[in-house]
Write a protein that binds this ligand. Sequence first.
Ligand code: ATP
Ligand code: PLP
Ligand code: MG
Ligand code: NA
Ligand code: MG
Length: 297
Amino acid sequence: PILSVALPSDTGRVLQGYVGNKSAVFPLQLLGFDVDPINSVQFSNHTGYPKFRGQVLNGNQLWDLIEGLEENELLHYTHLLTGYIGSVSFLNTVLQVVDKLRSVNPDLIYVCDPVLGDEGKLYVPQDLVSVYQEKVVPVASMLTPNQFEVELLTGLRITSEQDGLKACNTLHSAGPRKVIITSALIEDKLLLIGSYKRTEEQPPEQFKIEIPKIPAYFTGTGDLTTALLLGWSNKYPDNLEKAAELAVSSLQALLRKTVEDYKRAGFDPSSSSLEIRLIQSQDEIRNPQVTCNAVKY
Ligand code: ATP
Ligand code: PLP
Ligand code: MG
Ligand code: NA
Ligand code: MG
């Protein structure tokens, strides 16, 4: 099973709208995983809407759930996935969860989406950055930052593909064997950059996938990307390129479907943020056709 902790804390589990666990759990289930989601928030809708209401979980409440599982000897998990975390205290509890789960299963794979911000804008408190750098990155098995997050974590500016590759090397030396820059806008191209350090001795295997840019804005796609990368990496543990091709290709099919659906209903897809058509895209998630190919460096 997978224990999914703390996907978007201000947008996590929502009744309406696809972000956080709402966009990560269903695809993982479709890919055959047994998922135990912990919702770091329970909101009426995601925060992209004009108003929202609901509750936020604190670190003690998270730990309470872990202790409940432990008391029943139910703490054996194969993967841990984390996304948006809104406070240092919650993030520190997540670190305790990683330790605890690894004490039960030393092979636990921790997939960390270090959600800090996007397009030059931080959307978590600044003091989270150094906690990710110093404590979280070192224990992650797979890291899925976007371009801005890589820059924050490494202190390097990413304006070329070479910069991206160098930053991946820096992150590898801090801990994770798999690093995927899930989106980077470089010389007007939207790229995913992957880097897999198979062994301590060899240099990492690195690749890029160029993503056709759709003129629309989506929410929940970062969370979905990380979930798909986890899912396909489990099927192809030694082939990050293949896992990334499958993840990107199914996501693109889903996004095209989403845009078509809005158009059919008479909406201009470029006019506002779109809700992904996740449930309608289950065939594309289960059996993606590879349409986006990886290119090795
Ligand atoms: P984070 O969750 O850390 O913010 P992120 O910024 O990488 O991650 P997104 O910007 O949502 O998340 O991008 C994730 C993926 O979603 C990209 O790799 C791309 O495949 C897809 N994607 C998102 N928006 C578009 C778009 N307008 N056109 C094409 N693909 C897109
Ligand atoms: N909106 C806000 C404010 C967020 O912080 C997040 C974080 O993950 C999201 C939406 C959903 O993000 P994404 O589109 O990267 O999955
Ligand atoms: Mg982005
Ligand atoms: Na990301
Ligand atoms: Mg994002």
